[in-house]
Design a protein around this ligand. Sequence first.
Ligand code: ADP
Ligand code: MG
Length: 705
Amino acid sequence: MSDKINVTEIFGTDVFNDKAMRERLPKAIYKELKGIMASKGELTTEVANAVAHAMKEWAIEKGCTHYTHWFQPLTGVTAEKHDSFISPVTAEGKVLMEFSGKELIKGEPDASSFPSGGLRATFEARGYTAWDCTSPAFVRRDAAGATLCIPTAFCSYTGEALDKKTPLLRSMEALNTQTIRLLRLLGNDHSKRVTPSVGPEQEYFLVDKQKYLKRKDLIFTGRTLFGAMPPKGQELEDHYFGTIRERIAAFMKDVNEQLWKLGIPAKTQHNEVAPAQHELAPIYSECNVAVDNNQLTMEMLKKIANHHGLECLLHEKPFDGINGSGKHDNWSITTDDGINLLDPGKTPHENIQFLLVLAAVLAAVDEHADLLRESAANPGNDHRLGANEAPPAIVSAFLGDQLQDVVDQLISTGEATSSITAGKLQTGVKSLPDLPKDATDRNRTSPFAFTGNKFEFRMVGSSDSVASPNVVLNTIVAEQFDLIASELEQADDLQMAIHDIIKRLLTDHQRIIFNGNGYSDEWVAEAERRGLPNLRTMVDAIPSLVSDKNVAMFEKYGVFTKAELESRVEIGYEAYSKAINIEARTMIDMAGKQIIPAVIKYVSNLAGTINAVKATGVDVALATETELLELVSEKLGFAKDALAKLKVDAEEASAMADGEKRAQYYRDVIIADMAALRAPVDELEMIVDKELWPMPSYGDLIFEV
Ligand code: ADP
Ligand code: MG
């Protein structure tokens, strides 16, 4: 078999993309469908039937026997229910492979077991999946054969969103409407549609599957709940951008090949800061497609890791004391005729449209910093944000030297007359070319950084969907564009009004800009002085979903109803409590059944040695052995007490009825109990004979992949 991959040949072969549609659909239907995809016109039965037929023929040629509506319920992972194409057996005992327009556009999974946060009582568990024609269908291959996957939205009988896609599509619509309105006022009469562009960079860890299987904490919770630091951590920074090991390279090659077939433009890959940590980034695409593609990418990383005897950890903080994993959400706004509204050009001070958009984005982020923080909240991310290698839980924006200078000019004089230019990078070596420099250096510590022609929201956790952050970004910016457009519509002198708005927004919201070190303690104090919210945990962030201001905004732009937001609050608390409860129970299990018995064995071995030596009658001082015995017994006692307390408190937590109070109890009591149990156990791990320790160590996991 040849190792060669012909990328252009395989790219998108498993996607029912534009090329496939053009080839297989009648011209008129193709045109109509493209119109529907661009929100011009409603889907008719005729179009649905024609598309379903073409899609089925295509899928069967690809070897598909089944199709599934693929959706993203609020569990955070994707869901699917498979149906075969087989129609009722004919009189001659034959089956036909059928797929109707009706089956394409609507599905009805038994929805009762998906979280709905009280939106839908279980006895009336009707939930529908509806075809999202803006995200292409694809073929997925696994042990079950090949399946045609149709991206869908998931709604209740009464049309409430039960998923992550529906609000995302609504927010894209809102942003489109308000941006086009603003562009018209600015004299642009050619752009017809705008969409957010999104490029999510995905971080992950790879560990050996056999070792993984020996750790119940990794299996049940995705992160280690015990584990002493190995003698070497990440301090040498020799892993970052280091040469990729053969085993990992083989995995990455497979991942790329599979992603390319699925039309996912996987572009960069490298080793990350922590040992065993890696990153994959695709080329950016339309927001909705990017979100779907990222879900698929995570699925593929997990699946392909298995084929290589590896386990892919997507958790935000698999190992204490070592960098966690995030997902940088690169975001910009693009028109259908190719204008990036976040592109400053070479002389940003002259680019009035860009400055207005920039001011609007900063105002949006300042007004709704709490929502942005919430959109990146999950239990895993609580361990990562603010843990000195990730942005803090405080939202701020970084502009860089060039833009900061323009903004400073605007705030102080209302006029910007110059832009700092970048010049050339002098290497001091004749044989090396002088490189054109970027106009600004990077700031890796900022949660919301301007990076050339896009903003990069870096708070998102590695295991999370990027849907929520983009729902928030799209909506808060749509709101600012709306407010600006309304003001401009009333203005006598448009140019004056634009200048005034830019100056006012930048002045009023400059507190959100921070170009310094976001990892420092000084920043936490400074942010507090500025009145910026610091929502440390997911439980602290959840209530922002239903603040009056945020509800009013979401309702105004038709992104969420109040009931939908309330349901998400309920689901958020529930998800948090469940996650911590599983962690607590896993610790109880591991400590009680594996760790304490191992330590007792060590203690009895040691005591046996001491006794045996004594029994010889030879007079030797057993000071070291005795001291060790005392030390281990003492720590064992601490562990036993902490375990007992965790058990009692976990019982109490499980019995609590109020969702919010229970989540707070897990945050305040259970997490502290877990830390109290972990501390003596990690110390014991450093003392007890490695042969007796019942699971692979951090060193085994991250340095021996
Ligand atoms: P980094 O050096 O931060 O890794 P990259 O150049 O690799 O930056 O880009 C990171 C991601 O941002 C990629 O997915 C890339 O396609 C995406 N990206 C680039 N330009 C834009 C843009 N205008 N809008 C949205 N995403 C973008
Ligand atoms: Mg990167």
